[in-house]
Design a protein around this ligand. Structure first.
Ligand code: DX5
Ligand code: ZN
Length: 245
C-alpha cells in the first residue's frame, strides 16, 4: 500500500481462475505489493485449492513477490517443488508441525523468505522461540480453509501481543494478517500492529473491479490512520501527579 508502511497482498483464492493472469495483472497495476497463493490439501484444512503448477504459471506473468501459504499436512514434502516453481516466500503453519525449526531452516537453504502461520485458537506465545528465525508471521484472522469468512475480532489482542513480541525479538519481521480483511476490518488490524494485509474477496470479489477494491482498502486504512493521529494530537495530556504538600 501507498502509505509506506502497510502492504497489500491480494489472495488469488477469490480470483476468477479462468482469468487468473488478467486478474493478477490488474492487481499489479493497482499497486499490489505481493500475491498471496493459498495451497490446501483437503486434509490440513477441509478444502482443496492449488499446487506448484499455478505458481509456475504466475511466475511467468508477474514480477510481484509470490507468497505461498501452505495449508497442507506435510509442508516439508513440497517445499522444494514450490521453491522450484517460483515461490518467493513459503509460509508454514505452527499447527501440526513437530519440527518447525527444521522446516524453516530448509526454506532458508532453498533461498526463500520464511514465514510462520498461526490459527485463531493458537496463542501468540508459541512464536516466542521461532520469531527470530522467520521474515514474517502470518496471523489467521479466520479459521483457514475458505475465503469469504467473517473476521474474528478476538484475534485483535493477539495481533497486539505479536507486534510487541516482534518489536522485542526481531523488529524486521513482518506481521501479516489473513482472513475477513475488508475496508471495515483493515483499519482495526493495522491499529493492532499488522503491516501486511491479505485480502481475497474484498479485492477480487467486488463489482467495481480489483483496482476500485484496492483503492477502497487503501483509503480505509489511510483515513483511519489520519483520524487516529489527529485524535492523539488533540487529546489532553495526562496531568502529572502532584504532591499536596
Ligand atoms: C483462508 C485463506 C485466505 C483467504 C482469505 O484459509 O488463507 O488467504 O483467501 O480470503 P478472504 O479475504 O475472502 O477472507
Ligand atoms: Zn492465506
Amino acid at each position: 500500500m501507498d502509505n509506506g508502511t502497510v502492504k497489500l497482498a491480494p489472495s488469488i483464492l477469490a480470483a476468477d481462475f479462468a482469468r487468473l493472469g488478467e486478474q493478477v495483472a490488474e492487481a499489479e497495476r493497482a499497486g499490489a505489493d505481493r500475491i498471496h497463493v493459498d495451497v490446501m490439501d483437503g486434509h490440513f484444512v477441509p478444502n482443496l485449492s492449488m499446487g506448484p503448477a499455478i505458481v509456475q504459471s504466475l511466475r511467468r506473468v508477474t514480477p510481484l513477490t509470490l507468497e505461498t501459504h501452505l495449508m497442507i499436512s506435510d509442508p516439508d514434502a513440497f517445499l522444494d517443488d514450490f521453491a522450484a516453481a517460483g515461490s518467493d516466500s513459503l509460509l508454514v503453519h505452527w499447527e501440526g508441525n513437530n519440527n518447525l525449526h527444521r522446516t524453516v531452516q530448509r526454506i532458508r537453504v532453498l533461498g526463500k523468505r520464511a514465514g510462520v502461520v498461526i490459527n485463531p485458537a493458537t496463542p501468540s506465545a508459541v512464536l516466542e522461540e521461532i520469531v527470530q528465525d522467520v521474515d514474517q508471521v502470518l496471523v489467521m484472522t479466520v479459521n483457514p480453509g475458505f475465503g469469504h469468512q467473517q473476521f474474528l475480532p478476538s484475534t485483535l489482542p493477539k495481533i497486539r501481543r505479536i507486534r510487541e513480541l516482534v518489536e522485542r525479538r526481531k523488529p524486521a519481521c513482518e506481521v501479516e494478517v489473513d482472513g475477513g480483511i475488508d475496508a471495515t476490518t483493515a483499519p482495526l488490524v493495522v491499529r493492532a500492529g499488522a503491516t501486511v494485509l491479505v485480502a481475497g474477496s474484498a479485492i477480487f470479489g467486488e463489482r467495481d473491479g480489483v483496482s476500485g477494491a484496492m483503492s477502497r482498502l487503501r483509503r480505509a486504512v489511510e483515513h483511519h490512520e489520519r483520524n487516529i493521529t489527529a485524535a492523539e494530537r488533540s487529546a489532553p495530556q495526562r496531568s502529572q501527579p502532584c504532591n499536596s504538600d
